[in-house]
Design a protein around this ligand. Structure first.
Ligand SMILES: Nc1ncnc2c1ncn2[C@@H]1O[C@H](COP(=O)(O)OP(=O)(O)OP(=O)(O)O)[C@@H](O)[C@H]1O
Length: 587
């Protein structure tokens, strides 16, 4: 048993709490485990946070901890492990002590451990090997840090668990840094946020990731702050005016010494209301979609042409419809033309209209054309990359002169339109192939934005839930396994594919309380299975890479001594020779 005198006081206090809960060091505690449906529900509730961890914290974790036997764990504030990331082959070892999703790790059930102790104290903590209260847990080391909301409520715990001998002091710093990344992302996503004020006691800490951050609305009222800002500025709360703490000129203070603090104020363009009558709020939680949204709002308010790029099914048309609805032109038409769907010879007539008797088969009364129909509103040119060259020349003239001359006529009609074009093809390449006019390309891309593919979006979990709610007419949960498969699937058809998938899935499980992959039609199961195969291949490749790196390191460490290296690696000399030749470390 560890000499308790050697334990840091915070761990000592936790040991006392563990004893008070009736736990015994030598006895493996009972496991408190959620039913699958309850876990799925908690998982859903944490989906937004899980997405943020995957986007802002996991990449750093992976970079630093790759090839170590560590895992990143997210627990909710009730102590239930909700999600984890890390090398899968250590599952078995951690499963023996129930370090698995759905299991509760509060101190009262598991004794002193980083997750439980961080929840009990509200502070970052490391529990290293012998410091665990339960003897069976002493083969591992854990560092955990609470994640706080912009209002200061504890939202979850992020924990790094490693095998004891591999745990270093940096692990604690990494856990704290990962939690900070997520907190900053939460802050920067606050709606109505207008200003971000970074604070630090030392100027060099201002852009270090360890600075205090306060986000305020356009009037300078605090909307949220991170724990570091709470520490640095006494009694700064949500709803208060920044001016009351930093003086009326806080906005101008680019880098000033205020109350012994260094301040740096930035305007958050992403959250500002860009113009009268248009909302900068996007329905998405994905930062790239949000940025695209506010940028689009901005140019649309000035009638500057907008070009939207994105794979098929990412929601370009829907984006344009929402943009139109929220714009000053909402009361006027949104005229959409699918340039790929129209036969070449009809594109011009459809767009620019034609005079009576302009060509055989035409309406004898003539046609005013989509551009003039869109007057005052939006003209949405979908699949612009497919527009024939002759029509491109005419369209360029409309954009330059802001007037239309119908086919077969010579009278010009003035138009006031917002042009939005969209394409899934590489327009620049089309230009270099001579299939698209360069001058038109530059005219159309007053602003060019890209909508990310569904597999790249950080809010994919939310979208799954949203569409599930839309199509499921009764109370139904999604099985965790299916949910994970859906998160991992690459969705080549993007939102269109997810939309169809969910519609069919809900229809097929109308009477069920749980949407399980085994209840889905075979075609949908196969759709998702494609990814599992790809994932397995990927894991195998990762494992292979780790083994190869180990071999190279051990071989170098043993200064090229094959016998010694083989012994350390636990493989035969022949196998090692073969591997070394494959790795080109030996001839
Ligand atoms: N944010 C969203 N939430 C839910 N469903 C969406 C969302 N965006 C798009 N969809 C659905 O995805 C489908 C495809 O959307 P949309 O037609 O806007 O994509 P697109 O990028 O214009 O496709 P294409 O390039 O093939 O024309 C539609 O059924 C739409 O309802």
């Amino acid at each position: 048993m560890t000499n308790k005198l050697q334990l840091p006081s915070s761990i000592n206090a936790s040991w006392l709490r563990s004893q008070d809960a009736g736990l015994q060091e030598q006895v493996a505690p009972q496991v408190l485990r959620l039913a699958k449906t309850e876990l799925a529900e908690r998982h859903h509730r944490q989906q937004a946070l899980i997405s943020l961890v995957e986007r802002y914290a996991y990449p750093l974790f992976e970079q630093v901890m790759a090839h170590s036997s560590s895992r990143l764990i997210l627990s909710d504030v009730d102590g239930y492990l909700i999600h984890h990331w890390g090398v899968k082959r250590y599952n078995d070892k951690l499963a023996t002590i129930a370090l698995e999703t759905g299991v509760n790790w509060l101190e009262q059930y598991k004794g002193t451990n980083a997750i439980g102790t961080a929840i009990a104290t509200g502070q970052a903590v490391s529990v290293i090997g012998e410091q665990h209260f339960i003897q069976q847990h002493r083969f591992m080391s854990c560092s955990a840090c609470p994640v706080f909301s912009p209002k200061g409520e504890m939202l979850a715990i992020l924990d790094i668990t490693s095998e004891q001998q591999r745990h270093t002091q940096q692990t604690m710093l990494l856990a704290a840094s990962l939690a900070q990344q997520v907190e900053t992302a939460l802050l920067c996503q606050l709606p109505e946020s207008h200003y971000r004020v970074d604070l630090a006691a030392q100027p060099h800490l201002l852009n270090s990731g360890w600075q205090g951050i306060v986000v305020a609305d356009s009037d300078g009222k605090v909307l949220g702050l991170n724990p570091m800002a709470r520490q640095l500025v006494d009694k700064l709360h949500v709803g208060e005016a920044l001016a009351s703490h930093f003086g009326e000129d806080w906005q101008q203070a680019h880098l000033a010494d205020k109350a012994k603090l260094h301040l740096q104020t930035k305007a958050l363009k992403a959250r500002s209301i860009v113009s009268k009558g248009i909302s900068s709020k996007s329905e998405s939680r994905d930062p790239r979609v949000n940025t695209a949204w506010w940028q689009a709002c901005k140019v649309v308010s000035k009638s500057i042409p907008l070009l939207i790029l994105g794979e098929t099914g990412v929601g370009k048309e829907r984006f344009v419809k929402q943009l139109h609805q929220q714009s000053q032109r909402a009361s006027k038409a949104l005229q959409a033309v699918n340039c790929a769907a129209l036969p070449n010879e009809l594109v011009e007539a459809e767009l620019f209209g034609y005079q009576a008797g302009a060509f055989t088969g035409a309406n004898p009364k003539g046609f005013v054309g989509k551009i003039r129909q869109a007057d005052g509103g939006f003209l949405f040119l979908d699949e612009i990359g497919e527009m024939p060259l002759a029509a491109q020349a005419r369209l360029l003239r409309v954009l330059q002169e802001r007037e239309v001359v119908p086919v077969g006529g010579n009278q010009a009609y003035k138009v006031d339109i917002q042009v939005v074009a969209a394409t899934h093809v590489n327009l620049q390449q089309r230009v270099s192939e001579g299939l698209f006019r360069e001058d038109l390309y530059y005219r159309l891309k007053g602003l060019q934005i890209s909508l990310p593919a569904l597999r790249e979006r950080s809010d994919i979990g939310l979208l799954i839930n949203k569409l599930h709610q839309r199509y499921c007419e009764h109370k139904q949960d999604i099985e965790q396994r299916l949910f994970s498969k859906m998160l991992a699937y690459t969705w080549p058809g993007n939102l269109r594919e997810l939309d169809n998938f969910m519609q069919v899935a809900c229809l097929m499980t109308e009477q069920q309380a749980l949407l399980r992959s085994t209840d889905l039609p075979e075609s949908l199961q196969q759709q998702l299975a494609l990814t599992s195969q790809a994932e397995q291949n990927c894991e195998q490749a990762e494992l292979q890479q780790t083994i190869e790196q180990n071999i190279a390191q051990v071989y170098q460490h043993c200064q090229g001594n094959v016998t010694k290296s083989a012994k350390l690696l636990g493989i035969s000399r022949n196998t090692l020779y073969r591997k070394l030749r494959q790795l080109k470390l030996k001839h």
